[in-house]
Design a protein around this ligand. Structure first.
Ligand SMILES: Nc1ncnc2c1ncn2[C@@H]1O[C@H](COP(=O)(O)OP(=O)(O)OP(=O)(O)O)[C@@H](O)[C@H]1O
Length: 367
């Protein structure tokens, strides 16, 4: 493929994603012989403020063969007009052969969920429906556990709407000094990694199933989490590929289901509970979020989305109800402002509701 005409000599020209892709399309994958774009090696390409970033996802067996290619790509993109800098992260995942053993094989090799080295426990925070406050709960629980002295990681696996960088007030890109491992970000005592940090915040990310699985696996195995007492995983809403992959690849110690009291959210939450039951992941409990609204002006309490629906459901399903978190503007402002309420107003009633859950998780040995 030939390059689009470069606008040499024009310092004001801004480089586009298409121009970068055209350069990359001319680079041959040393293994398949096709272009590295066609071979699906280039992932999460973003062009932002003249800075080009992308991930080259290659098989671990051939990582060395790609180092030169990475350097070539870097210098060719740097040479484009309008490019200030280039950041390429070369990530090597384990070889695709033998095929992933998802159903269990007759071989003696251990199949199924594995413990992630250095991580004592993994808790998934899930919801059946989007927008019920799952990410808010995950961020507050992670910070509250850290404040209790636990070594906490937070993995934002919500690939369709990663929000943890914003909630934890973290920006910038994770570094990969050796091209193999990724250094996570850290704030409020929480070690955090998000797929959102590898992509452009304004860009809709269309993840294909296998790409998603590769990315999730990388997040678990190539991020330098360090020693953790607990890793909280903020899952995307619903019962899709990410949930399945996570439960199949990593040993999950438990799941927390977040729901609003409304029937429709509860219906979806039930599907989520069903899925975890089928995957063999123990349910730690349910959290009713946006349980009751307390007016910040007059203190009047009203039940915008109903109240007690999750408690009734939890009882029916014989799953503990961990908390009823009120709908309060301070919770939203804190989350939007990059300092969850347990950090920004730790003594408020809203923060105490989250902190109690964290303390209970510790005392029950879950975190
Ligand atoms: N208890 C609460 N009180 C007030 N606002 C809340 C509360 N919980 C969540 N919110 C706000 O609701 C919005 C959605 O929350 P959040 O992003 O945590 O939901 P989510 O379930 O993770 O959504 P998605 O799955 O779509 O990412 C955010 O603006 C958040 O600040």
């Amino acid at each position: 493929m030939s390059l689009p005409a470069k606008s040499r000599g024009n310092p004001k020209v801004s480089v586009t994603r298409e121009t970068v892709l055209a350069v990359l399309a001319d680079l041959k994958d040393p293994i398949s012989g096709t272009s590295i774009v066609e071979a699906g090696i280039v992932k999460a390409l973003t062009v932002e403020d003249s800075v080009v970033r992308f991930v080259m996802e290659v098989s671990g067996d051939h990582a060395a063969a790609y180092t030169t290619l990475k350097d070539t790509g870097e210098s060719q993109i740097k040479a484009l007009d309008g490019v200030k800098s280039v950041s390429i992260v070369l990530t090597a995942h384990s070889a695709p052969k033998p095929p992933p053993d998802l159903k269990g094989s007759r071989s003696s090799a251990p199949a199924g969920p594995q413990k992630v080295p250095g991580i004592d426990r993994i808790i998934a925070v899930a919801s059946g429906k989007g927008g019920v406050g799952k990410s808010t709960v995950a961020a507050n629980l992670a910070c509250a556990l850290a404040a209790e002295g636990r070594r906490v990681g937070l993995l934002d696996a919500d690939v369709y709407g990663p929000s943890q960088p914003r909630m934890l007030g973290v920006s910038g890109r994770p570094a990969s000094p050796d091209g193999k491992t990724i250094l996570p970000m850290r704030n409020y005592g929480v070690t955090m990694m998000s797929l959102g940090l590898m992509t452009n915040e304004d860009q809709a990310v269309v993840w294909r199933g296998p790409m998603l699985m590769g990315a999730l696996q990388q997040m678990l195995s190539q991020v330098q989490w360090g020693a953790l007492d607990v890793l909280i995983v903020d899952l995307p809403p619903g019962t899709g590929d990410v949930q399945m992959t996570l439960a199949q690849k990593a040993e999950l110690n438990g799941a927390i289901i977040v729901s609003t009291p409304q029937d429709i959210a509860l219906l979806d939450a039930r599907k989520g509970i069903d899925m975890f039951n089928q995957l063999g992941t123990p349910l730690i409990g349910m959290i009713e979020n946006m349980s009751t609204h307390i007016c910040s002006a007059c203190g009047h309490e009203e039940h915008l989305f109903g109240h007690g629906g999750v408690a009734a459901e939890a009882q029916k399903l014989d799953v503990p109800l961990l908390a009823e978190i009120p709908l309060h503007i301070d919770i939203r402002l804190a989350a939007d402002g990059g300092a969850p309420i347990v950090v920004s107003k730790p003594e408020s009633a809203q923060a105490l509701a989250f902190r109690k859950v964290a303390k209970d998780l510790i005392s029950q040995g879950h975190a």
